[in-house]
Design a protein around this ligand. Structure first.
Ligand code: GLN
Length: 453
């Protein structure tokens, strides 16, 4: 993999991190010793909810302010063994809950294309760091779109693998049935190189699967059927539409068959996601009790200590999600909320399986528009709508990639491709083809102000 080199990356971190607040912890240059192997010299940024032994693991939360990871996540360990070096820990919304990195307890991250704008979230630090060349590649986590939405807002690639393809061991759980570690890169080929090394079964994660093949088979559009979803086309804004139309045109010209699909359940995805994700989060976050890990507010009993610690150090969004998740799992409401959401989830899965009986890939926007201004962040519930296009891949476990598709008003526009389970290689091949035949990579490179400073 072509790399920028430790010198340039450390220079970029020194120059830009003060303004962007992408890294929460930076590993000093003298400790960045390139290893040996296929990833020698690759500088890897890691979202601060993924464990790297000896480095902090705050999850963007005050509750874990002084927590240092005692072990390393499997994915990171495999990349380190192949020669990569970890440059530091990247900012995120607290426990990966959010869409703008504004819910981090350590200040928000700015978009390298325009510091008045959000880089997206929850992996905003990872996206900003890759876009501003403060690392070669970065890891994030994607529960409802937290890799793909920020990648789209920052003009880079953001990939969520098939569920289970990357081990979740060492990723702080938010909603286990939806969570996947994902990869940010400036070139799709980098994603392939990382996946070849990091993917596959891990005894520490019972949901991990044998790695699908990442070998390239090339991509010939004339053999491809690409699905487009009528309901989603109505939801994209004017900033995204031209790029989307141009992408379809390019594929068509190259011989691809465009197949219109209908996804009548599209307007249930956010509700289903919010019920499932908050239910699982309420269980997963129970471990932060003021007894284990770091911050503790003293009380006279276990109950008091737990309530005081969680009350004091969890931020409002995390509390909201725990409350909602506890509610939907409560005996009185379980059937009407959690059970119903679980059932609709299977309807959505069936619908997407049906799509892949007809097409090879589905093309959608990654977001409805370009990055919004930090000062104009939508309210809590409007922010949930950010995930409209990305959630299906989490609910179904299918792999998806957000890719840069041009700019609008000097801001990047991202589109998304989704493939059937374990057809990750096809996604990466398609992104590689589009990089050459659709995307003007040089324009994207020039557009990001922090690249050129
Ligand atoms: N924006 C979504 C949320 O707030 C997605 C988060 C994620 O993927 N981690 O839950």
């Amino acid at each position: 993999m072509e790399t920028l080199g430790v010198k340039e990356i450390c220079g970029n971190i020194a120059a830009h991190n003060g303004a962007l607040n992408a890294y929460l912890q930076v590993v000093p240059e003298e400790r960045l010793k390139p290893g040996a192997g296929p990833l020698a010299g690759v500088c890897l940024g890691v979202k601060d909810n993924i464990a790297v032994a000896g480095l902090q693991l705050t999850c963007g939360s005050k509750l874990l302010e002084r927590y240092v990871a005692p072990y390393t996540a499997t994915v990171v360990e495999r990349l380190l063994a192949a020669g990569a070096t970890v440059t530091g820990k990247l900012n995120l919304d607290e426990f990966a809950m959010g869409s703008a990195t504004t819910y981090s307890a350590y200040g928000d991250t700015k978009n390298p294309w325009d510091e008045d704008r959000t880089p997206g979230g929850s992996s905003g630090g990872s996206a900003a760091a890759v876009a501003a060349k403060m690392c070669d590649v970065a890891l994030g986590s994607d529960t409802g779109g937290s890799v793909r939405q920020p990648a789209a807002y920052c003009g880079i690639y953001g990939y969520k693998p098939t569920y289970g393809a990357l081990s979740r061991y060492g990723l702080t759980a938010f909603a286990s049935s939806l969570d996947q570690i994902g990869i940010f890169a400036r070139r799709p080929g980098h994603i392939r190189e990382l996946m070849r090394i990091a993917a596959g079964r891990d005894d520490h994660d019972a949901t991990s699967i044998e790695a699908p093949s990442f070998a390239t088979r090339g991509f010939s559009p004339s053999e491809m059927k690409i699905g487009v979803i009528a309901e989603y086309e109505k939801k994209m804004g004017p900033a995204v539409r031209p790029a989307y139309d141009r992408c379809i045109e390019t594929l068509k010209k190259a011989g691809a068959t465009i197949v219109p699909l209908s996804f009548p359940e599209y307007d249930t995805v956010i509700s289903v996601y919010q019920v499932v994700a908050t239910a699982e989060a309420s269980a997963n976050l129970a471990r932060f009790d003021g007894i284990r890990y770091t911050a503790r507010a003293e009380g006279c009993s276990f109950r008091e200590t737990t309530a005081a610690s969680r009350g004091r150090w969890f931020g409002p969004e995390v509390k909201r999600r725990i409350l909602l998740g506890t509610w939907v799992l409560s005996r009185a409401y379980y059937d009407s909320y959690y059970l119903r959401a679980a059932k609709v989830r299977t309807v959505i899965l069936d619908r997407w399986k049906e799509f892949f009986g007809k097409v090879d890939l589905v093309l959608t926007p990654a977001t409805a528009g370009t990055a919004f201004k930090r000062a104009e962040q939508p309210d809590t519930f409007a922010l949930y709508l950010e995930d409209l296009f990305t959630i299906p891949a989490n609910l179904t476990g299918m792999p998806a990639i957000a890719f840069p598709a041009g700019t609008h008003d000097r801001l990047p526009v991202g589109l998304q491709l989704t493939a059937d389970l374990s057809r990750d290689a096809l996604l990466i091949d398609a992104a590689g083809w589009l990089e050459k035949n659709f995307m003007d990579f040089a324009t994207i490179e020039r557009g990001c102000r922090h690249d050129t400073i």
